[in-house]
Design a protein around this ligand. Sequence first.
Ligand SMILES: [Zn+2]
Ligand SMILES: [Zn+2]
Ligand SMILES: [Zn+2]
Length: 494
Amino acid sequence: MDSSPCPLDKELSDQIAALLAPPSPQSIQEYYDKLIEATKCHGLRIKYTNKHGKGVYTNSEFKEGELILKDQMLVAAQHSSNKVDCHVCSYCFRFIGSIELQIGRKLYLQGLGLSTKKECDYETFSHSSNGMCQNEMEEVGHFVMNESDDMGSSSSKNLKADPLPEDLLLSLINDELSLPYTKQFTLPPVIACPGGCEEEHYCSKLCADSDWESFHSLLCTGQNTEQSRRASLFKFIEHANSTNDIFILAAKVISYIILKYRKLKSSHPIKNGKQPSLDKTDEFSFSLLREAWKPISMGFKKRWWDCIALPNDVDSCDEASFRMQIRDLAFTSLKLLKEAIFDDECAPLFSLEIYGHIIGMFELNNLDLVVASPVEDYFIYIDDLPCKEKHHAKTVAWPFLDALGDEYAVCCQGTAFFPLQSCMNHSCCPNAKAFKRDEDRDGYAVIIALRPISIGEEITISYIDEDLPYDERQVQLADYGFRCRCPRCLREQS
Ligand SMILES: [Zn+2]
Ligand SMILES: [Zn+2]
Ligand SMILES: [Zn+2]
């Protein structure tokens, strides 16, 4: 591949190399010990060995079905295409508003031609770019309409009923029309973005403030943002939405580091009196930048264009040019982001080398963010009512179900980086899995024991569909950059 088109890659090569250097075993251990302390997951510890890298081990026993970990996302974003379907908090990804708002908003936006796709089905998950599909789809999408004769919906199969009148939908959105039994499914109220943009909404002031402080204050396109930055941000977002929304996630990472850097700097003011020499100031600033970057330094990463799996429709002889195109795409996105939020003191973050590695980290480590829809639960509830109540409720609610069609239960989908879960190693006979229980209504990753786990055992999950035969598993795992030597693979390899 020819040399980088980004001048910063060369100019700042020393700083970039320092940021990308793998952290020392000691600093890895310290970082995770602190993280475990802060998240109070005392049943777990992260162990780092030079031979096996990071792994998650138990400090206590777990019973089958027991919760092992709820892992908060370090950074996460809902897929752009999913925003029509699900109105969720931009920080914790809880559904917000009301069942009426969820239904009315979705039908209204669909009516405007903002198309929707991706039913929450197995297909979507098994084809996600990173191949991680641990979410148990029977659970998330356990109610498939055409499996139920009882629903009596005329919209079964793939046909959707005629659109409902717009004013009916608006009255749902504006809280003038209530559907029966939705009181059983109250959702948190919709809190607006403090910067005044229409893009982000929250379930609470706490989420709004946390998002603002950690990510959004640099990325908000609201009226309070300076005009030229707003215009640049719009361009960046538009490009991401029309190419790959992973760029939005990368922008969130960069703004997280810049904001953290500024916080660190203001809490470590340069001592009064003696101004250190310029070199020393630079050194000091860079030490703060490294500190701010630390959570990201822990994630395994490679350049995006080097590690992205070659799509099936790209011939292997075109591989080099495909990878070059991916790099150029990332560079275009980076230039747009730089226009919007460049900070001289954090300049290395705007090098293509760092941008590529941040995106590559998501490619290699991330897990899908999934939150089940309360709209699904609502219709199931109505369908399970005793005959008399059900008849009345259905008369009112079913036209909406018909209008929603097969996509009535689309869940919130996105991409997230989970700091502890990403330390879990793969096994084709795992002792744990990612699994959302009924009460898990936000974006956190939830890990449950699949069988009894004793003290000191390593927690393993499967990155792929572990029911696949040996050869296919190895092919899929090659995308993660390793050959599996779990007990089952060792047994089956011959
Ligand atoms: Zn929230
Ligand atoms: Zn905003
Ligand atoms: Zn294996």
